[in-house]
Design a protein around this ligand. Sequence first.
Ligand SMILES: [Fe+2]
Length: 381
Amino acid sequence: MNIVANWSYPTAVKLGRGRIKELADACKTLGLKKPLLVTDRGLASMAITGHALDVLEEAGLGRAIFADVDPNPNENNLEAGVKAYKEGGHDGVVAFGGGSGLDLGKLIAFMAGQTRPVWDFEDIGDWWTRADASKIAPIVAVPTTAGTGSEVGRAGVLTNSVTHVKKIIFHPKLLPGVVICDPELTMGMPKVITVGTGMDAFAHCLEAYSSPFYHPMSGGIALEGMRLVKEFLPRAYKDGADLEARTNMMSAAAMGAVAFQKGLGAIHSLSHPIGAVYNTHHGMTNAVVMPPVLRFNRPAIEEKIARAAAYLGIAGGFDGFYDYVLSLRSELGVPDNLTAMGIKPDRIDELTAMAMEDPSCGGNPVTMTMENTKALFLDCF
Ligand SMILES: [Fe+2]
């Protein structure tokens, strides 16, 4: 089945095989004549990136690229990117890649016209109103993985190069104006990245669904997102060239990011510090801490998860859902716990303090304290 779709929710999304050929049209829709394609170092030399640049060049839009982007982009990458953007006289950004390429691309478009330091726009209260919205450049987003969902998000994650703490930079206009979801771009992902990114999408849906905040629209999207992951992630894992599975995983990734406007929780507040300290893959870390977090949250989400299980065709309520997560993880080769991931429990106090500072902490269904979060970390080993 060849799935093709055009959506205007939450922004213009062009989904389907081969639609990267519409990249130049997407730029022109937003008025771009000289876009800067931003991606990470690893992707810069890959054929999919060269092809995207070819599409731009053939339409007379040049083939400018900035790829000096670390796996966890920091303020130095951002500064270099803004410099390249200004020196090149660009008028917008094609954010291309997984989480790092997408986020840094979005942040370059955002910061190119601002005068205040980027940290002034952290996702706290109404700090975003400090930005001059008229100076934010248009963004076309092209994901090459299926997990982060940053292509439909209004935030970008930036790591402080000194403290290694990840900060969320937020502005409504960080939402790309056009998104191209071409599943062929994700076919080259190695299995471990397919799993890590796919489990990130699942974690977004699960945490958004479990979050206590009132947002029934997000709740519904999260539920269907989980169903898509359940049906299609094992297929994409078994056969990376399964385009129907790859297409549906791109949908699930976008849905996870739409849904988590409702909130995230302990999976992410644990995973962020582990990733910052040990440089582990974000989505894979989420998958590793998922069962202990489910046990931790059980008193608050048991009934809700039983409803999700029924929708997903899983028998046995909460227990059935929990067992399903365990079997999905083993089917996909996810490490059993943090020990199996090669991490020692010798920095738990530091990790706990960082988890309590994480913005996802406040959205967890069970209130997180220093004591119970430390115990939860221990349970992850
Ligand atoms: Fe995530």
